[in-house]
Every structure is written in structure tokens, then in C-alpha cells.
Design a protein. Structure first.
Lengths: 259, 340
């Protein structure tokens, strides 16, 4: 494991309104570089909010987020967009842009405000679509894609951004098992290619399938964090979800079953 | 290359070639328009008359040419700002009349006509001023709203500001002198280019040219700004600020022209749809395509408005009628090129 964590949370507290209760309370965790880390927890546990804090879209009320050892708030907008690629939970594309035009948006961080994409950018787009298995869809309109195809197109767009880290918000929700497997394998490949991958999920088995590390969240707090073998245990999961679960091993990976 | 860029749906033309074709069509239309009118002969002015008839030449140069150039600009500006509004608000059913701009201009013109004597310079100044105030008021109100994302807040604020303006205009119409003032208000609201002079044209250029340059140069960026905040932010944009700059350019240029031409409806709404149908939905092609199609549409409508009858047809009536008819056809025959 590399010495410096990709993302460190230092006593992160966050509330949307000063007078209301905090959404996140004193989060303390480290995300190792080059691994797949799942933010696992029930709906409303603060996973997406935490992702937005890491992204810099929200600023912590107190505490600090470090990216590669440097405070995130010291990053410029450009540096942030070169470091972090986001795959949001539900992308809404209203107009009929094609998959290729959509993936090309991922090149925006590498272009000036008024600059148009070059042939080099188009090459990166082709590579990114191929990596995500979307090369055959380049001329299709994004709004006409199925849920799984849309998710893969959005991942291709994040790939075109060529960031060091990928943040994916519920990438496997609403997907059938075929597309779910495709998305999970793609995330695994990214980490094997030395990228840091962080994704939120409320499904323990999505985490169990590919993760190296798990951060278990409930009610805006971290219940457990660390390598999957230590965190994805029956005891922790029962505490997180409030139901009895059993963790069995199938093909050397954990599998979570409820009774 | 054509596979990467995408071709025009239903044809082998690339968007870039089609844009050149439209540009050629605009040049031809401009050239023909200079020879169309009611004087000295109905419908068509022969080039010989322009050489021999001093009166005809002077009328064409001093009235017809600035009018045609203003129609050309009006089409470009309304369509470009319509495109900007639709992309920024991620809503295919809005145009620059949104956010209290058109109701603001109407209110300003009514104030000038009813309370300030109704000189044309006063009307223009008030229309432009209150139109801009509409945008700034909407933006200010949007900051006070405590829920929803930036676009939703701005939409709500725009609706409120428009409603205030419309009711205030109603009060002015109610108290207006029905013989002298009310017809002026009505006529201004119908829209038209009959009063345009070189001076009018030159007055709006300092606002219109920079605005159009900003919109044109940021055309690819508009794709990014039509995404949700989360996505635009993660791709390095400052969505709020960049959208505001574009909306300011779109509103300022539209307000400048509306102050001179009155309300010319439906151009900003319908033209971006036609542009998307012809050129695909990439804003890089839609923005210039809209500008060219818009100028064609307004030039054709104005040619009809000033040529067909001895009395002039108000331009706004023609654009609204043709625009709405076209919209209905598009809605019933094929999808509009957007999905929710």
C-alpha cells in the first residue's frame, strides 16, 4: 500500500443549515490510493453528502478533507477537476446530444474557457468509449440510452477526464445484474490500473464483489472503516442495517445474506 | 472524422457544411431583400430605378437598408439568446422572454407612453432599462429563495417578476388615454421595424456585438453548462457565474433589440428547435445554426410584412403566427428533439 492516502478525512463535520442538526458528524477515515473503496450504508446515511464534500462542491462546516495529503480547499478548480472525476447518481441530459459529444465534455477540464476540443481530445474520447465498452454507441442520443448504457456513458465521460481518482455515486443502483457486473468490473479494472476508485452503495454485495476497502456509514457517522476482511463482517453489517445478516464466502469473495 | 462529429440526421451533410449553406442562403436573402418593397414599384425594385430615381435611392439607402440590417440582427439575437436560455435552463420551452425580460420591456414602453410623453427615444430607454431590471430582479430574488437548485430558483423568480410587470402594465393600460396612448401601447406590443433608422441601428451595436461574441465563443461550453450543477462543477466549470455571464449577454442584446422593435414573439422559442433538428444537439453547431436560421426567418417575415400589403403588417403578428404554426406541425409530426 502506498504510504500517502489518496483521500483523508480529518474530523469532518457538515450541516446544510447552521441552525439545523449536522448531516455528517466527525468523520475520520483514510482512502488508500489505487484501491476500490466502497462508502456503504443505508439510504440517508450521508454517503452522497460525503462524496460532494470530497469533490469540493460542498465545504465542511469544520474539519478538513485532504487529497493526496494536501487540503482540498487549497486546490484550484482546475486542479480539482484534473484530480477527481465524478459519475453522479442520476445524470439528466435533456437535449439529444450523442454519446460521443457527451463523452467529449470530459475534456473540458483540459480546455480553456473559450477553447474548442482538438483532434487529440477526440482521440481520448474514442479511447474512453472503448474502455467503457461504449464505442458502438457513439452516435446514439444520450436520452435514448437504457439506464445501464447511460451509466457506462457517464463513466466514459469521467474516463475522458483522465483524473487520478474516480468518485461514483450509486453506480450500480437501478441496474440489472448484467450491467451491474459490467460497471463493477470496470471499476475493478480502473483500480488495477493504479486509479483510486470510491463509490457509494447501499448494497453490501456490490461492495463485496470488488472492493478492497469499505467505509461503513450510518446516520452521518462512520461505524467501521478498513480492509474488506475486517469491515464487512456480520457484526458490523447488522449494526449498520439493523437486520441480522450472515457473511459467507463464495469463490474467495464474501457474500452477504439476510435471513 | 464525420463519424466522430456526427452527421446531420437524415442527410449526408456535416453540420459544418450545412452551416456554410445557411450562411450562403442568408447572404442571398439579404441581397434580395434590398430589392423588395412597395416603392417605387410594388414588390420588386428594379436596379435601374435605384440608379435613375434619386428619391427611390435615398429611400432605400436611408430606410430600407438599416431596416433590413436590423431585421438580420433581430433574428440572430432572438435565436441566439433563445438557444442560450434553453440550454442554461435545461428547458426547451423557454426563450429570452423568460425572466421578466419581455414583460419588463412592455412595462417600460407603457411607462414611457403613458407617463413620460411617449417620445421614441424615451420608449426605447425605458423598455431596455426595465427589461434589464427584470433580469437583475429575477437574479436577486433567486438568491433569496431558500430551496431548489439555481435554475429552479431563477425560474420561480422570473415567473414572479413577469407577473408583477404584467399586472403593472395592465394598470397603465387601464389609465392610458384610449385615443392617444392605448393604440401606441398596443402597436408597440405587436412589434415591427417600420421606424428603424441608421441611428437606431448604430445605437444598439455596442451592446449587441459584444454579447453575440461572448455567446458565440462560449458555444461549446454551453453543452457543459446545460448539465446539472454537480456535473458542470466536477468538470471544472463555475456554473453559477458562467451561466450568469451568458444570460446577461443574451438578455442585454435581446433587450436592446426589443426596445427598438417591440415584441417580436416566437423566434427565440422555435428557431433553436429547428436548428437542433437540422444540425444535431451539440451547442457548438446549434448556436451558429440558430443565429443563421433566425436571421433568415425574420428577414423573410419582414419582407412579407412590408411588401405584401399597401399597409404594413406588424412583424410580431407574422412571426408568432408562422412560429406557432410551425411548432404545432413539429409537435404533431415528430418529436421535438428533446426528452425528459
Amino acid at each position: 500500500m502506498s504510504a500517502r492516502p489518496a483521500i483523508s478525512l480529518r474530523n469532518v463535520v457538515f450541516g446544510y443549515e447552521p441552525e439545523r442538526a449536522h448531516v455528517l458528524n466527525g468523520l475520520e477515515a483514510e482512502v488508500p490510493a489505487g484501491k476500490v473503496t466502497a462508502l456503504l450504508g443505508p439510504n440517508g446515511s450521508g454517503k452522497t453528502t460525503l462524496l460532494h464534500l470530497i469533490l469540493g462542491l460542498l465545504q465542511p462546516t469544520s474539519g478538513e478533507v485532504l487529497l493526496e495529503g494536501r487540503p482540498a480547499r487549497d486546490y484550484t478548480r482546475k486542479e480539482l477537476s484534473h484530480t477527481l472525476g465524478l459519475v453522479p447518481q442520476q445524470e439528466q441530459v435533456v437535449f439529444d446530444i450523442t454519446v460521443a459529444e457527451y463523452v467529449l465534455l470530459g475534456r473540458a477540464p483540459h480546455l480553456g474557457l473559450l477553447q474548442l476540443p482538438s483532434d487529440e481530445d477526440l482521440t481520448v474520447v474514442e479511447q474512453s468509449m472503448a474502455e467503457a465498452g461504449m464505442a458502438g454507441f457513439r452516435a446514439r442520443a444520450v436520452p435514448s440510452l437504457s439506464g445501464g448504457e447511460k451509466q457506462l456513458a457517464t463513466i466514459a465521460r469521467a474516463l475522458a477526464q483522465r483524473p487520478a481518482m474516480f468518485l461514483l455515486d450509486e453506480p450500480t443502483s437501478h441496474l440489472d445484474i448484467g450491467n451491474r457486473r459490467r460497471v463493477l468490473q470496470l471499476m475493478r479494472r480502473l483500480a488495477d490500473g493504479a486509479h483510486t476508485v470510491v463509490f457509494t452503495t447501499n448494497d453490501p454485495n456490490s461492495a463485496a464483489a470488488i472492493c478492497d476497502e469499505v467505509i461503513l456509514m450510518r446516520g452521518g457517522r462512520i461505524l467501521a472503516a478498513g480492509p474488506i476482511a475486517d469491515t464487512l463482517t456480520a457484526e458490523h453489517l447488522s449494526a449498520t442495517y439493523g437486520v441480522d445478516v450472515e457473511v459467507i464466502t463464495v469463490h474467495n469473495r464474501p457474500l452477504v445474506v439476510t435471513h | 472524422m464525420s463519424t466522430k462529429q456526427g452527421t446531420v440526421p437524415g442527410s449526408s451533410l456535416t453540420p459544418i457544411r450545412l452551416t456554410w449553406l445557411l450562411m450562403a442562403l442568408v447572404v442571398v436573402t439579404l441581397a434580395i431583400s434590398f430589392f423588395m418593397g412597395r416603392y417605387p414599384t410594388p414588390y420588386f425594385t428594379s436596379p435601374a430605378a435605384l440608379v435613375n430615381d434619386l428619391m427611390a435611392r435615398s429611400l432605400v439607402l436611408n430606410l430600407r437598408v438599416p431596416r433590413i440590417l436590423t431585421a438580420f440582427l433581430l433574428g440572430i439575437v432572438l435565436s441566439a439568446s433563445g438557444t442560450v436560455f434553453q440550454l442554461v435552463f435545461r428547458n426547451p420551452l423557454v426563450d429570452s422572454g423568460f425572466l421578466g425580460v419581455s414583460p419588463g420591456a412592455a412595462f417600460g414602453a407603457s411607462v414611457a407612453i403613458v407617463l413620460l410623453g411617449g417620445r421614441s427615444a424615451t420608449i426605447q430607454l425605458c423598455a431596455a432599462g426595465f427589461a434589464m431590471l427584470g433580469l437583475l430582479g429575477s437574479a436577486f430574488l433567486a438568491r433569496q429563495v431558500r430551496f431548489g437548485d439555481w435554475t429552479l430558483r431563477l425560474v420561480l423568480a422570473g415567473i414572479a417578476v413577469s407577473a408583477l410587470y404584467t399586472s403593472a402594465t395592465g394598470v397603465l393600460k387601464y389609465v392610458a388615454d384610449p385615443v392617444r396612448q392605448l393604440p401606441d401601447i398596443t402597436f408597440w406590443m405587436l412589434g415591427g421595424l417600420w421606424a428603424i433608422t441608421w441611428r437606431d441601428l448604430l445605437q444598439i451595436l455596442p451592446v449587441v456585438i459584444p454579447s453575440l461574441i461572448v455567446i458565440y465563443l462560449m458555444r461549446w461550453r454551453l453543452n457543459l453548462l446545460s448539465m446539472r450543477d454537480e456535473t458542470a462543477f466536477s468538470l471544472g466549470a463555475t456554473p453559477g457565474r458562467e451561466r450568469f455571464v451568458l444570460l446577461l449577454a443574451a438578455t442585454a442584446s435581446a433587450a436592446a433589440l426589443v426596445s427598438k422593435c417591440g415584441q417580436v414573439g416566437w423566434v427565440g422559442l422555435i428557431i433553436p428547435h429547428i436548428a437542433r433538428r437540422l444540425l444535431g444537439s451539440d451547442a457548438r453547431h446549434v448556436v451558429p445554426g440558430s443565429m443563421l436560421l433566425g436571421s433568415l426567418f425574420v428577414l423573410w417575415c419582414d419582407d412579407v410584412a412590408r411588401t405584401v400589403l399597401t399597409g404594413e403588417i406588424p412583424l410580431g403578428i407574422l412571426t408568432s403566427f408562422v412560429g406557432a404554426a410551425f411548432f404545432l406541425t413539429m409537435l404533431t409530426h415528430r418529436r421535438v428533439g428533446v426528452q425528459r
